[in-house]
Design a binder for this molecule. Structure first.
Ligand SMILES: Nc1nc2c(c(=O)[nH]1)N[C@H]1C(S)=C(S)[C@@H](COP(=O)(O)O)O[C@H]1N2
Ligand SMILES: [Mo]
Length: 526
């Protein structure tokens, strides 16, 4: 039996646990350091996270990855780190009971699993990923072995009764070593964070000045462009600033793509497969188009929608050069991180804007929005079209390929549904009685919005003022005044698209092809 004697009330299993957790921490920290020093080697936590994202069934992934935007990603990575430390602890305590070979074998298995997940990352060479994962595991095994030797030595001494070593001292020594290992691990992670701070992509992006577009559907950049007269504070701005634009993707670490080596390939059912560089794209005639992008996962009243002026080249110019073959029914975009989306070839040339975008609201694409280039197709949800960090445009048959979210339970076709949202007043707002502004946004790209109405407490519908738009591909800001009487009230909104059709009533949840129903906001008037 393992029992600690004397004033040291903690069992060796406890020491083993601490030692194992510290060893696992050292191993992960080393992995972070290597990842921080390289643009292409994923950290082990990240690699495991990516593996989890990939193997998670669609309905769960739908909630966790697609909808949650960025919020769940740190949670996932923290979870993996904590579980790793706990597993390391368990290995450590098993080792104190059954021998160090158990712990070392355990770390070897960690290394194999880490190597397996890291090697799956499309950005890194598999052999390199394997190598560094195994080195990280070896470091973990080494730290475990070293720490386990610390408390056991005095225990042996004690049983010989020749040495009066105070077990409290040995405990302190052990804890000091463990704390040292923990501190080393933490500072390594800190250093890794710092060195990975600015990527080559970031540095390159900072030096880029986009040429001015020759053609534009963007509203003149007047301060109040797009806002109806008298629109209140709290209403979305017509153009969503890049810093406020929603972000959705499956990437746990944002791909850092160096534009000087980046190429976009046109492949598959084309007569002239070709590659184009970033500089070649900037040398083409650029266009500016204001296009509203929405995520299919946007809930009624949700924020996963934004309106930006995208700068780039029309996709049809590039597809003409590639020579799309008859029978090609699908355009598939593939990203640097191997994410895919596909849409029908018919959307090219039906009058809508479909572009390869390099700019967003007058800046080079922000890294998180797809730098150096992404696809933007008006009127399609992002999951079937808006490939960020795009590297390949592949022509195939309609049945020849399913994009990332299709086998996970989302529709293969993803046309954007007509939708409207109340921005002002906010849900559960306390409103003073009297004339109160009610305002929001409505969108139906590429059909446009012809009318927006609100109704209070299911009463008569009141038509709202619409802001100015220069394209049916962007959202519309709307606004009206409401004579608010004291009490609790519910305001509902409905929009009609350019053909006069009312937004679908549903109710439908986002899965499989977009939410339906009216946004309603309850307020207290006093
Ligand atoms: N490479 C890559 N591109 C992607 C995705 C992704 O997961 N990976 N998600 C898509 C989805 S679901 C949406 S809604 C849009 C969101 O674009 P944004 O983050 O710029 O708003 O990007 C699309 N492009
Ligand atoms: Mo999305």
């Amino acid at each position: 039996m393992d029992t600690a004697e004397g004033p040291d009330t903690h069992s060796p299993r406890y020491y083993g646990f601490v030692a194992g957790a510290m060893a696992a921490g050292s191993s992960l920290a080393f992995g972070e350091l290597v990842a921080g020093l390289s643009d292409s080697i994923p950290g082990l936590v990240l690699a495991v996270g990516e593996w989890i994202v990939d193997v998670t069934p669609g309905d769960i992934a739908a909630r966790g990855i697609e909808t949650a935007g960025t919020a769940d990603k740190p949670a996932l990575l923290w979870g993996i780190s904590i579980v790793s430390l706990l597993l390391g602890g368990v290995l450590g305590s098993i080792s104190t009971k059954h021998g160090k070979s158990y712990g070392i074998t355990g770390f070897a298995l960690f290394g194999l699993f880490g190597g397996f997940t890291a090697a799956r990352n499309p950005v890194s060479p598999a052999a390199t990923s394997w190598f560094w994962a195994l080195v990280a595991a070896a470091i973990g095994a080494g730290v475990l072995s070293f720490l386990l030797d610390r408390p056991s030595r005095p225990t042996r001494l004690r049983t010989t009764l020749e040495d009066p070593t105070d077990p409290r001292a040995t405990r302190r020594a052990f804890l000091a070593w463990s704390a040292g290992a923990g501190a080393a691990a933490l500072s390594t992670v800190g250093i890794a964070r710092r060195v990975s701070g600015t990527s080559a992509a970031e540095t390159a992006r900072d030096t880029i000045t986009l040429p001015t577009a020759a053609t534009s559907t963007a509203v003149a950049p007047a301060p109040a462009a797009g806002a109806p007269i008298g629109a209140p504070a709290g209403l979305s701005s017509y153009i969503t600033p890049n810093s406020d634009f929603y972000r959705i993707d499956t990437a746990l670490s944002i791909p850092q793509v160096d534009p000087s080596t980046w190429k976009l390939s046109f492949t598959g059912m084309v007569d002239n497969p070709f590659e184009i560089t970033y500089d070649e794209i900037l040398a083409m005639d650029l266009v500016d188009h204001t296009i509203t992008l929405s995520c299919v996962s946007n809930e009624i009243g949700g924020n996963l929608v934004g309106n930006a002026t995208w700068t780039g080249v029309p996709l049809d110019a590039l597809l003409d050069r590639a020579g799309v073959q008859a029978g090609a029914g699908q355009i598939v975009g593939r990203s640097r991180d191997d994410w895919t989306a596909g849409f029908p070839t018919e959307v090219i040339g039906d009058g809508r804007n479909a572009m390869l975008a390099v700019g967003m609201n007058g800046e080079p694409l922000p890294i998180r929005h797809g730098f150096p280039a992404r696809l933007v197709v008006a009127g399609l949800y992002g999951y079937v079209s808006a490939v960020k960090w795009v590297e390949e445009v592949h022509l195939t048959t309609w049945d020849g390929f399913d994009g990332f979210w299709v086998p996970r339970g989302w529709s293969k076709l993803g046309p954007m549904k007509t939708m409207s949202r109340i921005d002002v007043p906010k849900r559960n707002a306390k409103v003073a009685a009297g004339l109160t502004p009610v305002a929001g946004v409505a969108w139906a790209p590429t059909r446009g919005i012809s009318k927006v109405e609100i109704s209070v407490d299911d009463g008569a519908w009141t038509q709202c003022e619409l802001g100015e738009v220069t394209t049916d591909e962007s959202w519309v800001l709307w606004h009206t005044g409401w004579q608010a009487a004291p009490g609790r009230h519910t305001i509902a909104v409905r929009a009609f698209d350019g053909s006069g059709e009312e937004q679908p009533l549903g109710p439908a949840s986002p899965r499989p092809n977009g939410a339906e129903g009216r946004h309603r906001v309850r307020v207290d008037v006093t």
